[in-house]
Design a protein around this ligand. Structure first.
Ligand code: UD1
Ligand code: CA
Length: 494
């Protein structure tokens, strides 16, 4: 039977104490709503209908930015009158659907695919399935009532339950599957005669179990972890941790070394090759692909990047929207900004920043350097303190450094400018004209040498101690200094 999924996500989630709709809060880096939508798609659901209310546009665009435009249909529930009422809002979308409907919540991100597969596989035109779990602390959930033979009879909400019923610790997860038509037909007639004055989706299960309609209800038991709904930020943090630990387990089973799984922050969908090692506090966001045999050390934050094999990222690097080839060494404390293309065997040392820059094969920039809008050739050596002056306050310009060039320490490259292949820039040079291949570029003001100046100053300041160790001047000597014409001259020249 064909499957449609309805995801209930209209609530604001008051307990989040947030201006943002609950299902937009991230769990393991992804907005909560992505989890049920992703599940529905993984289960082969032909249609995914989200019932939205609060911030419907923001929720829709979050989903579409992940799964593509038109990936979901939206039904609006303007006023939240209960879970059953929410499903009824999808009536128009479900009108022509003669198959099964799977009902998921937008705030239950921990469900595994396998338990949902069992739920869907168990449902048919004559069988409804619902997910339950045994919780040590069932507070807040609807409880599962069974008859003496253990057959499911109905769900009682906490607010409607007696003290005895509240002791039951089998709870309703709120996830169901069954013939769409039966859900809609029943919901149209159940009413809202209950403690909350809502239309309860749970009443559908009670009607089905009541008999006389040729239907059976089967329960599918899930683990306590999986059914957890995220109602406040404490729940979000718990869910976040569970998903991260699951992802760490998956990575380790696939041959990735994880130093401290509790402190690995990865999002679903990252791809990492075997024998790659991830240090504590590593954060991998968005679309990250890392090859084999890499070492990613403590505190590296990598967003939307592709790394080749044997890349060594030293502690505390921040890297985004860039491509890193094989055998590259980066860090510590590098900032690889969007549009960087780092080719094989490049070395980038501490405090190097790149942006929209290609570093050719084997190039090096080992210390304190900014390379923005640059094209750096193979085997180029970029000395300490080099800066591409790529922005004049109006436009960005490019710097080209051709293969094998040697950029001396403290070179400023005033873009647009080209340094030819094999050329050398002397330390401290401001390169504001193109440098031909093989040439030397040098800008360096005349240096003055004043013999004995330092020693004379020391004498003045210390009263003639002359032991080479500068002392804090005593007051009378200070006034003496003012009178000395020789001292003034020397100071000016030095
Ligand atoms: C519901 C179940 C309860 C179950 C619990 C599991 C009913 C009557 N009760 O509780 O048995 O143990 O889920 O979490 O179904 N929503 C809407 N529109 C509404 C109401 C809710 O879209 O009018 C959405 C919420 O945004 C949320 C989900 O439905 O994603 C669940 O709503 P929530 O209020 O948390 O569930 P309860 O009714 O408390
Ligand atoms: Ca809930």
């Amino acid at each position: 039977m064909s499957l449609a999924t309805v995801i209930l996500a209209a609530g604001l989630g008051t307990r989040m104490k947030s201006d943002k709709a609950k299902v937009l809060h991230p769990v393991a880096g992804r907005p909560m709503i992505e989890y049920p939508v992703g599940m529905a798609r993984a289960l082969g659901s032909s249609r995914v209908i989200c019932v939205l209310g609060h911030q419907a546009d923001a929720v829709r665009s979050a989903v579409e930015s992940r799964f593509g435009a038109g990936s979901i249909e939206v039904a609006i529930q303007a006023v939240q009158r209960g879970t059953g009422h929410a499903v009824l809002q999808a009536e128009a979308q479900l009108a022509g659907h003669d198959g099964l409907v799977l009902i998921l919540y937008g705030d239950t991100p921990l469900l595994s695919q396998s338990v949902l597969e069992r739920l869907v596989a168990g449902a048919s035109s004559t069988t409804l399935t619902m997910m339950t779990a045994i919780l040590p602390d069932p507070r807040g959930y609807g409880r599962i009532l069974r008859d003496d033979s253990g057959k499911f009879t109905r769900i009682v909400e906490e607010k409607d339950a007696t003290t005895d019923q509240r002791r039951i610790n089998e709870i309703n997860a709120g996830i169901y599957c069954g013939p769409a038509r039966f859900f809609l037909d029943t919901l149209r007639s159940v009413g809202s005669n209950n403690a909350q004055g809502e239309i309860y989706l749970t009443d559908v299960m009670e009607r089905a179990a009541a008999g006389g309609n040729g239907l059976t209800v089967n329960t599918i038991l899930a683990s306590a972890d999986e059914v957890m709904g995220c109602n406040d930020r404490v729940d979000v943090a718990k869910a976040d941790r569970i998903i991260r630990l699951r992802l760490a387990d998956e990575l380790m089973r696939a041959g990735v070394a994880v130093r401290d799984p509790e402190r690995l922050y990865v999002e679903p969908g990252v791809e990492i090759g075997r024998d790659t090692a991830l240090g504590p506090g590593v954060e991998l966001r968005g679309k990250v692909k890392i090859g084999a045999g890499c070492v990613i050390e403590q505190g590296a934050v990598i967003t939307d990047c592709t790394l080749g094999d044997r890349v060594h990222v030293k502690p505390y690097c921040v890297m985004s929207e860039s491509t890193i080839a094989n055998g590259v060494q980066i860090g510590p404390w590098c900032h690889i900004r969007p549009g960087s293309v780092i080719e094989d065997d490049v070395h980038l040392g501490n405090f190097v920043e790149t942006k929209k820059t290609r570093m050719g094969r084997g190039a090096k920039a080992n210390h304190l350097t900014y390379l923005g809008d640059a094209d750096v050739g193979a085997k180029v050596n970029v000395g300490c303190g080099t800066i591409t002056c790529n922005y004049d306050g109006y436009v960005k310009s490019r710097t080209i450094i051709e293969d094998g060039a040697f950029i001396g320490s403290d070179t400023q490259l005033v873009a647009p400018v080209t340094v030819g292949a094999g050329a050398v820039t002397a330390a401290g040079t401001t390169v504001y004209k193109d440098v031909p291949a093989g040439a030397l570029a040098l800008t360096r003001p005349e240096m003055a040498i004043v013999p004995g100046w330092a020693e004379r100053k020391r004498q003045r300041m210390t009263g003639g101690g002359g032991n080479g160790v500068a002392k804090k001047p005593a007051k009378p000597q200070k006034s003496q200094k003012k009178k000395s014409p020789k001292g003034r001259t020397a100071r000016r020249r030095g």
